[in-house]
Ligand binder design. Sequence first.
Ligand code: GLV
Ligand code: MN
Ligand code: MN
Length: 436
Amino acid sequence: MVSALPPGGARAVARCDMLGAAPYSDMAGGLYRAYLTPAYAAAQRALTEWMEQAGMTVRLDPAANLIGRYEGATRDAPALLIGSHIDSVRDAGLYDGPLGVMLGIEAVDALNRAGRRLPFPIEIIAFGDEEGSRFPAAMLTSRAVAGVLEADALEVADRDGVTLHDALASFRHPSEGWGLMPRNAKTPAFAGVTDYLAARRAPGATLAYLEAHIEQGPVLEAKGLALGTVTGIAAQLRLSAIVTGQANHAGTTTMALRRDALTGAAEMMLAIEGIARDDASDLVATVGRIEALPGAPNVVPGEVRFSIDIRSGDPARRDRAAQAILVALEHVASSRGLAVAVEQVHDLPASPCDPALMDMMDAALADAGHPPFRLVSGAGHDAMAMAALCPTAMLFIRCRAGISHNPAEHIDPADAEAAFQAMLGFIRKLGESVAA
Ligand code: GLV
Ligand code: MN
Ligand code: MN
């Protein structure tokens, strides 16, 4: 039983495990928890209980982020935010995101049990849309909090045509505010999607943002280390392509006369892969989602939509690759009598972590008996958005074989315990630096 476990890393892991199945997942036999879905609301309900048990007061912000607040000795001092995301990719691992939230709750629980107040409040924030697995956007909720979200970014709809506006409205219960929420959570008014931008935090009102996350890569394991201090996060560009040909009868349309959007898209994808491979650097390019329409065995596909995700630690390299990809797509389209349109879903700049906070994290690792080690993150995190608001720090935790975005994702509870201890050390050091 999760509730019988003592506070700390093992309980954080067990709580992530618990959230890996219905009602916290909307996928049979695996984890899929997208933003503003029943599974998302169920996870918020569980988190509310755990946050309250840890001495926090709980609320939702206008972007439907769940926030638990633990007051500091000085009530109105800028808060330390600790968080990560509770949405997931399809058929996800259990720890990408939730572990950082659970470890934050454990840290506050430990402080609360010890009767310790810091010179600042601590808020644990469970972000909702880091993965971008529902709407054609990502990090909507952390970008809203950081104040870097444009209103037109909210004009999005999911694959079923449900707009963000409608998803927010139906997430809200007619009589109680945010309906699927526990009755005791404070609920914001909701008058429309533009309210969303009110999730923005005032500049200066946030002391720092701390995110603990599984590494999602093989470096720590290869070094034999449980933990590492993140130096920064690679720049990310997400595009969405629509290839248009002509839908036609699969039995009567001769091969020479076809304008097949799907075979054209296949050639485009190989070109994308080739551009990234030929670069032989840290450049990566991925087509992870594809949809062929009308999607029938006896119809030549008339339209194909696919995603393109391009990343590199060097933004100029990433942008050069994006240009080369656009040229290649046009070339394939014109050679096959197709049209291609590419839209930008998001462009997240590389985001360095704060040097003073990195030193503080290194010192917390050393105090907890771990050799300080620094590494860069190829994966995106809410910390990228939060860097526009305040200094950020990230702690990486070893994961088995570097596997992530996969149900085989695994972490050792002992490593989670090490992360929990390091976070407590980091919080203590931050408290000392503020008091000094
Ligand atoms: C999030 O996991 C991302 O890096 O896309
Ligand atoms: Mn992820
Ligand atoms: Mn993540």
